[in-house]
Ligand binder design. Structure first.
Ligand SMILES: Cc1cc2nc3c(=O)[nH]c(=O)nc-3n(C[C@H](O)[C@H](O)[C@H](O)COP(=O)(O)OP(=O)(O)OC[C@H]3O[C@@H](n4cnc5c(N)ncnc54)[C@H](O)[C@@H]3O)c2cc1C
Length: 499
């Protein structure tokens, strides 16, 4: 093998890989991120509860606990800097029986030992004042004022964009198929498009990180990651105010249990289940799983308006039996660094994970010099739904495509879709647009806007309409006879020309 040679290759463009890439882009290193999918944020980072956990859940002394608390502290300022939606709404772990009270006290003690600020127990009356729809039997709750919600799509994309504008190369649709250490100490990294070389390799491959680890480790140091599925209901924005905070049940052996929470987009999110499954692509939902979520949510929150449900989805936790993050150079594989088993709270911990892993890489590379400054990502795409009428009018004056609404449910304009495509690492599919500007995330779930967005994508990408995909190669929107009719459909009027 042999090909382009980098100081460091990061495998995986989820929130971990992108946070690492952004930290690496502060240094004078040549870095490349290889991602199997057609976009960043296509794995677990796009399918989770979107909570910035305060940090009371992980066992004291674990890496998970330390990085969660540090990540939670870093997340607010980071989101502010990147222009990512983040709200510190606080969280409540609700205890619904006197007999469970000891569990709540234990959680409080653990949180304090982990260094979580501001934790306290709130009793029945105060709890009702804080959260009027808490279930009738609720007797007390653990209040964590530093608990928050974040937009994981925006966060991952913003981290990646910052890394990209600061010189990190991203190769999408590039699944790594082989990693091997050469006699000269460099790593060969194989993808279907050819081989690359690197001095250091970072394994941030989510539920697949064990497969890469096991290519390079000693026989007695194998890693096993078991996908643990979590299923959710997403309720429309009409239900988003049903709770004011993230409401958790007391955690169980399998995890943090079912929660009810608002999202930064104003929806209500209810889930997840915790099911150990065999399939690392098994992100389907089941009637049983969704029914279980409904049943369990009712234990902590009353009258959850499930009639407002607009979507269900599932994500996979990268669970390993030791239940801690696995971060560090693999013994016997110098220059191969794991960032593996990043299960929950990996999203919360991402800013701290980025720093830690980049620190390890820099040490391995002999501490390359820091750049004078980190260039900011391009300004976030204007969210017209949140603009004042005056600000929106001024924007339309300057860019008329911001006056043409394509997604009625979320009020997303053609201008936003165009900008989602034109950004560094811009959207290349319907889902890519959805993650960046929320077209298709509303009540009709893209029923109205998908054809319009597809037409804009085709125009912007300079491709045939029939080549536009839902989520990358193999998910073309039209096939066969439909495809021919679709390809002939007129493109919407617009300013933007194909690039
Ligand atoms: C149900 C559920 C709820 C959760 N809720 C929360 C929460 O509320 N708060 C929180 O902090 N955390 C939560 N988490 C955990 C959090 O989502 C994860 O820890 C985090 O997203 C992991 O990010 P990652 O980048 O490590 O993995 P991923 O996002 O999975 O990224 C890995 C990437 O690697 C790519 N890849 C894999 N193999 C290869 C290969 N061979 N070559 C190239 N690319 C490859 C994948 O395509 C993927 O894009 C939850 C997880 C689940 C499943």
């Amino acid at each position: 093998m042999g090909g382009s040679c980098y100081d460091v290759i990061v495998i995986g463009a989820g929130v971990s890989g992108c946070a690492i890439a952004r930290e690496l882009s502060r240094r004078r290193v040549s870095a490349c991120v290889l991602e199997a999918e057609e976009d960043v944020c296509c794995g677990t980072s796009k399918a989770n509860s979107a909570i910035v956990h305060a940090g009371f859940d992980a066992a004291t002394g674990t890496l998970m606990a330390r990085l969660n608390v540090e990540g939670s502290r870093l997340m607010g300022p980071l989101c502010e800097e990147l222009g990512v939606d983040y709200e510190r709404i606080g969280s409540l772990v609700v205890c619904v029986a006197r007999a469970e009270r000891r569990g709540l006290d234990a959680l409080l003690a653990r949180g304090r030992a982990n260094g979580v600020p501001g934790l306290r127990i709130v009793e029945r009356e105060e709890l009702r004042g804080l959260e009027p729809n808490v279930a009738e039997p609720a007797v007390a709750a653990l209040w964590a004022p530093t608990g928050a919600i974040v937009n994981p799509f925006q966060l991952t994309a913003a981290l990646a964009e910052t890394a990209a504008v600061n010189g990190v190369e991203f190769r999408l649709c590039s699944p790594v198929t082989e990693v091997a250490r050469r006699a000269d100490g460099l790593w060969d990294v194989a993808t279907p498009a050819g081989a690359l070389e690197a001095r250091v390799v970072v394994n941030a491959a989510g539920v697949h990180a064990d497969e890469l680890h096991n290519l390079v480790c000693a026989p007695d140091d194998r890693l096993e990651i078991f996908p643990r599925r979590g299923q959710y209901h997403v309720l429309d924005v009409t239900a988003g105010a049903h709770v004011r905070h993230t409401v958790f049940a007391l955690p169980t052996r399998l995890g943090k249990g079912v929660l009810v929470t608002p999202t930064t987009g104003g929806n209500l999110l209810v889930g997840p289940t915790a099911e150990d499954i065999d399939d690392k692509d098994g992100v389907d939902t089941t009637a049983d799983g969704l029914a279980e979520v409904m049943r369990k949510a009712a234990l902590t929150v009353r009258d959850v308006p499930f009639s407002e449900r607009i979507r269900t989805f599932a994500g996979l936790r990268a669970h390993q039996p030791g239940h801690d993050f696995v971060i560090g150079e693999v013994p016997g594989a110098p220059g191969f660094v794991d960032c593996a088993a990043i299960e929950s709270p990996g999203l919360s911990a991402a800013p701290a994970i980025g720093r830690m892993v980049a620190g390890i890489v820099c040490e391995l590379l002999g501490n390359p010099a820091e750049k004078d400054e980190l260039l900011p990502r391009p300004a976030p795409i204007p969210d017209v739904a949140r603009l004042s009428p005056e600000a929106w009018s001024a924007l339309v004056e300057e860019r008329p495509e911001y006056g043409r609404v394509v997604c009625r449910c979320r009020t997303v304009t053609e201008g936003q879709v165009v900008d989602a495509v034109r950004r560094p690492l811009g959207a290349r599919s319907l889902d890519g647009v959805k993650r960046r500007v929320e077209a298709g995330m509303g009540r009709c779930q893209g029923g109205f806007c998908s054809p319009r967005v597809a037409q804009i994508l085709a125009r912007e990408l300079g491709c045939d309409l029939a080549a536009v995909t839902l989520a990358g190669p193999g998910s073309e929107l039209a096939v066969g006879a439909d495809k021919d009719a679709w390809a002939g459909a007129p493109a919407p009027a617009g300013e933007g020309e194909a690039r």
